[in-house]
Design a protein around this ligand. Structure first.
Ligand SMILES: [Zn+2]
Length: 530
């Protein structure tokens, strides 16, 4: 089952209509299986709009509706016949003889059902079946526990369904007690099926559909046996637990968020081949999926991401279809984004800046990276390059950068640059405390701060220069993006106020300057919220 997750009902209606439209465009005489209920109404409106705008032609299209009350008069406003004419058929150029709806006025329901099946067959079968899903998992009038393998048949409605539908009738007694409905076999014979789910009331059944097995008590789960089903749903109907994965060069971190609480965290080794990484991710996701009721997976990874395909230099990914492959192997909705973007999202949702709408995260590590959050969403550049470490802060005689420019911020403010500068200064001043701190020709960030604490002027000069460069970059970021806060992360930020206080003096605006409270967890937490 493929899942298309939409932000809201409007998007769901548009996406579903697009699938129907491409079916009709590819095969103008398509046979459509149609459903009633409130969920598909938005999709029908979109289809009618496409017809009005001359984008779609229904003149050769044939339709078969899923079900109809029995007995009921066609002119009764509660009949599905009336519903379909009102919501779709009267708004498009479909021919009357191409419309098929089980006849609720028939005197011989048995024969009506047999004829209906024959007509579907005579028209070559249903090309695309549209379905809604009931709260208890019913599709059409195939109620839980009904004979699930049947073709079009007359069925008794359960008391729950009669009660639920009585809101459309004058009274409980006015609701027909039976219905004519395509059977599960009729539905499964369709070449392609799209299932629509919208709203929080469908959350439980959607989660069961994704995570549960095939169960006759939830008729919709029978759809899992069909090879081409697309679930189009909105976020309200699809909000089980969210799994976030942060792929790093040495470790992969996972976090599961349920209702904004972190309910699970783990950490495992990053394998050394693309295939092994895919395999370990799939195994871990599948083992968490059912136990924690997971519905979405977000993955943060270093590198450049284009349409879910990843190319990264420090991982065995080269145009790797991470998003589609993990989605296919796990049956979950998967989104992939850059790891720094995920970390920034994690900071604005779970970190000390969760009261902010706009932040810039600056990670000071081997390089300088980060992510930009505007209106609590990741700011994506068109080609996914948004590399904040690579704007130039030194125009004259700037240090060369592997990106091809000279004088990039990263060449002055990464931990690598900070330590290299300290080492160079120490080598030039063999009498300094900093020089004495060196062991086997190496220095750590800690050593620089320790030397300063002991009054080393050489270390102090290195640090002051570092802070000056850091402030220069931050001031530029503030000028460009005007964020509410700048969040700093990375090993050097463990120094806390020793880093923050001198830096604040050089920041020209009243932007909030914070040190990440999430640090290495920001990526997996943010990925979960993609
Ligand atoms: Zn650069």
């Amino acid at each position: 089952m493929r899942i298309i997750l939409c932000d809201n009902y409007e998007e769901l209606s548009k996406k579903a209509a697009k699938i129907v439209a491409s079916q009709i465009t590819l095969k103008p005489d398509s046979v459509l299986g149609l459903a009633t209920g409130s969920t598909p109404v938005g999709m029908y409106n979109e289809l009618a709009k496409m017809y009005r705008q001359g984008e779609l032609d229904f003149s050769e299209v044939k339709t078969f509706n899923l079900d109809e009350y029995y007995p009921i008069k066609k002119k009764n406003k509660q009949s599905y016949d009336y519903f379909m004419r009102e919501n779709l058929f009267s708004k498009i150029n479909i021919k009357n003889e191409n419309i098929h709806i089980p006849n609720g006025e028939t005197e011989n329901p048995q024969k009506e059902c047999e004829d209906y099946e024959k007509q579907i067959k005579a028209n070559g079968g249903v090309d695309l079946q549209i379905l809604g899903i009931g709260r208890n998992g019913h599709i059409g009038f195939n109620e839980p526990d009904a004979s699930l393998n049947s073709f079009t048949h007359l069925t008794n409605l359960t008391e729950n369904t009669i009660k639920a539908n009585s809101r459309f009738f004058d009274s409980f007694d006015d609701v027909p007690k039976q219905a004519l409905t395509m059977g599960i076999s009729t539905i499964l014979n369709a070449k392609k099926i799209i299932l629509l789910a919208s709203g929080a009331s469908k959350r439980k059944v959607v989660s069961e559909l994704i995570n549960g097995g095939i169960n006759t008590n939830i008729p919709a789960t029978m759809l899992k046996t069909h090879p081409d089903v697309v679930l189009v749903c909105d976020r309200e109907s699809y909000s089980g637990a969210k799994l976030g994965i942060d792929i790093g060069g040495t470790n992969i971190k996972m976090a599961v968020i349920d209702q904004n609480d972190i309910v699970y965290k783990s950490n495992f080794k990053t394998e050394d081949t693309e295939e092994k990484i895919m395999q370990s991710l799939t195994e871990k996701i599948l083992s968490l999926k059912s136990s924690l009721d997971i519905t979405t997976v977000g993955i943060g990874t270093p590198g450049i991401i284009k349409e879910g395909r990843v190319t990264a230099t420090n991982l065995p990914f080269s145009d790797t279809p991470l998003e589609s492959e993990i989605a296919e192997k796990t049956g979950l909705c998967v989104t992939v984004d850059n790891d720094a973007n995920c970390a920034a999202l994690g900071e604005v949702i779970f970190g000390s800046t969760k009261d902010c709408d706009n932040i810039v995260l600056v990670t000071l590590g081997t390089g300088v990276g980060g992510g930009i959050i505007m209106n609590r969403q990741i700011l994506h550049s068109k080609n996914n390059m948004g590399e904040i470490g690579h704007f130039v802060i030194q125009a004259e005689n700037g240090r060369p950068c592997p990106c091809g420019q000279t004088g990039c911020w990263e060449q002055y403010c990464s931990m690598t640059a900070f330590i290299k500068d300290a080492k160079d200064a120490a080598m030039k001043n063999p009498d300094s405390i900093l020089y004495k701190m060196m062991k086997n020709d190496t220095l750590t960030g800690e050593d620089i701060f320790k030397s300063m604490d002991k009054g080393c002027p050489v270390a102090k000069k290195v640090f002051d220069d570092y802070i000056r460069y850091l402030a220069m970059g931050i001031n530029s970021l503030v000028n460009i993006f005007g964020p509410d806060a700048i969040v700093l992360a990375g090993g050097v930020t463990r120094q806390g106020d020793k880093l923050l206080n001198p830096l604040k003096k050089l920041i020209k605006s009243d932007v909030r300057l914070e040190i990440s409270t999430l640090q290495n967890d920001a990526g997996s937490l943010g990925a979960a919220m993609l």
